[in-house]
Design a protein around this ligand. Structure first.
Ligand code: SAH
Length: 336
């Protein structure tokens, strides 16, 4: 596409390759930096194809674990958030896929104001590029678990994944990329056909449809008898072990009976369950499970030989849960 663009501007096609290198390998922040493109060409590009460049509005750094939360402003004034986390195995970035979200999960701060718009592939990429620039460190893992439902922005998501993992770009391995979904069944099946090796994470959060409906409106549209076979299909097509996210909400989905039902539900699936103590948000009165309940829940799954981990909470002191920073920023600036 860039080669064609160059031809249309009366340039040699190989200029497209140089432009691609600037954009995705060197992650340039402006056309000005692209010194092997002529001044005339840079001027034309600046006028015709404004370069996506996210501006940092706010950075919060956790005193507990060094997790950093970035609030970025887009060209149209909307703000989005991304999180940078350091682990022993490398640096990880959690990106947003939409401005807001229309999925309505009850415990999630990102969805309270609804969906404003989809993010462009460049706006997803630039979250990773700018964080690498600002931290001076290479990002090895990317999780699409920030604000938004990535499979509700499907085409842009696929383009983002292909460019991010392109060996001529940042070359971040698809195996180190995770996409988290609340469970859009037709899209999960479509994703299975894309010939990608990314990890699929499903936000499960309940052991049956009845309880799932209380937490996630999407459960009214797709029952677990449709969602789980779609996940199984994803595994069969890609060979990638599934991740199930299960946010533990005190008194809602964290009983020992819930754990036993959950074990039965995922029986026979090649999966890993990630238990997430729910991060309470002020707009809802959900409570975290007690440590005892979390331990008992985990133990029941382990006894059934299900791989399970409790997600380490990071950045608790900096509102690092989905959508909290963006929401508080908008409230402070009188936007909502
Ligand atoms: N829309 C996608 C990805 C964004 S949310 C999805 O639903 O998977 C990423 C994960 O964080 C999801 O599992 C979501 O349910 C969970 N989550 C959102 N708010 C949370 C909160 N306050 N506490 C715990 N988990 C939360």
């Amino acid at each position: 596409e860039l080669k064609e663009k160059m031809i249309s501007l009366g340039e040699k096609p190989f200029k497209g390759k140089q432009l691609y290198q600037w954009l995705h390998q060197k992650a340039a922040g402006s056309y000005e930096e692209m010194t092997n493109l002529s001044e005339g060409l840079r001027k034309k590009l600046t006028e015709q194809e404004p370069l996506t460049h996210l501006e940092v509005v706010e950075v919060q750094t956790s005193k507990i674990d060094g997790t950093q939360k970035y609030l970025f402003q887009l060209a149209d004034g909307n703000v989005i958030e991304s999180v940078w986390m350091q682990y022993k195995h490398g640096n990880s970035v959690c990106i947003s896929s939409q401005v807001g979200c229309r999925m309505g999960c009850r415990f999630c701060a990102s969805t309270i104001g609804g969906l404003t718009r989809n993010l462009l592939p460049s706006e997803m990429l630039d979250q990773v590029y700018r964080i690498q620039e600002l931290t001076g460190e290479r990002v090895s893992n990317v999780v699409v678990m920030g604000t938004g439902e990535p499979l509700d922005n499907y085409d842009n998501l696929i383009r983002f994944i292909r460019i991010l993992s392109d060996e001529k770009g940042q070359n971040i391995s698809q195996r180190n990329l995770t996409v988290s979904t609340c469970g859009l069944v037709p899209r999960i099946r479509q994703l299975a056909e894309e010939d990608l090796t990314i990890t699929l994470a499903l936000s499960l959060h309940a052991p049956n449809d009845e309880k799932r409906k209380e937490l996630m409106p999407i459960a009214y549209k797709y029952s677990l008898s449709e969602v789980l076979p779609a996940c199984k299909y994803y595994f069969e097509k890609t060979g990638r072990r599934l991740t199930f996210e299960y946010s533990l909400v005190g008194g809602k989905n964290d009983s020992q009976e819930d754990a036993r039902q959950l074990a039965g539900l995922v029986h026979g699936l090649n999966c890993h369950i990630n238990l997430i103590p729910v991060n309470p948000i002020k707009e809802r009165d959900f409570e975290q499970s007690t440590q005892n309940n979390v331990a008992a829940f985990k133990h029941i799954l382990e006894r059934q030989h299900i791989q399970v981990t409790v997600r380490r909470e990071m950045g608790r002191d900096i509102q690092a849960a989905c959508g909290q920073l963006r929401k508080s920023y908008k409230e402070r600036s009188g936007d909502e």
